[in-house]
Design a protein. Sequence first.
Length: 248
Amino acid sequence: MELLIPEWDAPANIGALATLRAGGYSAHPYGDGKGGLGLNLGAHVEDDSALVAKNRALLRRLLPQEPAWLSQVHGTTVVDAASASPAVQADGCVSAVAGAVCVMMTADCLPVLLCDRAGTVVGAAHAGWRGLAAGVLENTVAAMRARGGQDLMAWLGPAIGPAQFEVGAEVRQAFMQHDAAADAAFRSCAGKPGKYLADIYQLARLRLQAAGVADIAGGGLCTVSDTRFYSYRRDKTTGRMASLIWLK
């Protein structure tokens, strides 16, 4: 199993990791992209459910308990990992309870992990452009603060990079109507009127900073161009990776 460990200045009692695609039991098109088996953790992408269960069991060995798997719907609902019912529809997750694991699955959308400097609360958000524009990060930050988290920090996990994320004018408008500064995150596509290349990392930083989160790490990977990652935009039928965070 290949893992990505966040490089950030989180407290010692914060556990966090992100999975890559290699090292599980799933075969093509959910494999490792090199003819080997893959660590698909998504139970909703038509992979063999028994293999997904085995992949999740592999991951579970690294965690204090079973993650709070959610049904992600590109929305802004935030739930508590310690009490969330199985597969509840939500795109944000928080916890102030040791051992409860927040998890987000992605394959191009941006996973954001958060914690406070005191090491008392953690959070995770699924920030595809729709959820990001609608306020999923702001809602996750608010839920963490409601549980006592004050000085927050964030890590931006692997997502579609700014050279690959082609979007229409409606996506740019969705962010611009919230904050004119979002214009800096869009570049016009040469020869494609009404098309833009969007920097979802920059858009997330703007939202987090506006919400009072200044310490932001990560944000330098591209799931489309780096074949270590699953990518829906690149492959269409593909698996899902997970980004997870918990209090030890």
